[in-house]
Design a binder for this molecule. Sequence first.
Ligand code: FAD
Length: 463
Amino acid sequence: MNTAQHDLVVLGGGPGGYVAAIRAAQLGMNVACIDENERYGGTCLRVGCIPSKALLESSHLYHDAKTSFSNHGLKIGDVELDLPTMMSRKEKVVDTLTGGINMLLKKNKVTTYNGRGRFISSDTIEIEGKSPARVKAAKTIIAVGSRPMSFPSIEEDGVRIGNSTMALSFPEVPERLVVIGGGYIGLELGSVWNRLGSKVVVLEALDRILTGIDSELASIAKRTFTRQGLEFKMSTFVESAKVQGDLCVIKTKAGETIEADRVLLATGRVPSTDKIGLDAAGVATDKRGFLEVDANYQTSVPGVYALGDCIGGAMLAHKAMEEGVVCVERMTGMGSHFNYDVIPAIVYTHPEIAAVGKTEEQLKEAGIEYKKGMAPYGANGRAHTLGETEGRVKVLADAKTDRVLGVHIIGARAGDLIAEAGAAMEFGASAEDIARCCHAHPTLSESLHEAALGVDGRALHTF
Ligand code: FAD
């Protein structure tokens, strides 16, 4: 087998890998990108961010059509669900976007290899698949991502009991769906099926949902989701789950038995760093399988870099993409930098939950004195026109310097609103800076303005 020579080989074509490959090609490198799937874009585009948001959008429209169109004076008669069409729309969105990534790689003259890559030494990767190949480069990037966590006692058959990939493609609406794990993936997919008619029960081992999200917002979210029909069983540790006949039987540590038609296991993700020949490359992982890197994203082996989900931290597509850019720019000597304190996180339920920076708990724990400004959606004109008056914006600013330390939003379109907060924080803005910016009226962004004014007790539209 001939060995193809490149300047840089990227193993994994997800958001981290394909972005790194494109940026490296822009910088003049001869780049190869390997992925085991024909459709590039990784977990995010194929079975993550994009298909889940497509279903969230469709199921939200279905729910709105049934429940709130009439409030707007719109009579549309009986609303019927056509699940196969909803699913094929989702697939079309995925096809369009993954096709776009393949075209972008081509346009940037990145050589793509389709197959499973495995290091045979620190600078050479062998690719198994339809067209076996061997590639060699002075620099390699490991961007193999992550996969759902699994447990021997949860007997996944991939049909009735399985992970998020399964729950993105149920062939019919399950009557009863049990979601194990109250994180964002479980809540997003639980919301989809709840809106489409399933009775959804969320089993969470902790006493709160959405760890990592500001606890005040997480409590509001739980109350709201409960009103929407989701049932939560907190502090509930699942001991086992198995398929028995047509049923799934879930047993909890407290001795409760729960029956369901389907079970979604959503308890987190693990790095896909096994079976990629790390031994041959001489690269070690930590106990959980994550790769450790320095400020240049270089592993313990010179020339071998890693980024994205497989190095841990926030397992988010935009974090992986940012690392892809910064990693290759630093390879070429540019002084690029990624500010890990300002990574937005969004839960795409309804209402959306969005956060950037520190939570109140984190500030208290770090002993940082802060001021707080709060603005309810109910005081926002646009929220009323949208019929979306539930929600709030919270701005946390340093008590002495007024610098914005965190912004937390629950409410309609929170995911779009958080961008302004992130940009402001990146520029080191104070709450006063946001308060002095003229915000268009009527927009939801006025709530961020109002919360920033509220930091100094100057809110104008809040009782
Ligand atoms: P991945 O996207 O996992 O890409 C790695 C790629 O490498 C994969 O295609 C994999 O098949 C391939 N690969 C692995 N090993 C090999 C090998 N040996 N040879 C060849 N190819 C290999 N994040 C967000 O930011 N926003 C969201 O809304 C969001 N929603 C999500 C919803 C769900 C249901 C899930 C599961 C995830 C979601 N995520 C979301 C997380 C997001 O998908 C990941 O953080 C992101 O995809 C990580 O990018 P990555 O490039 O590190 O890895």
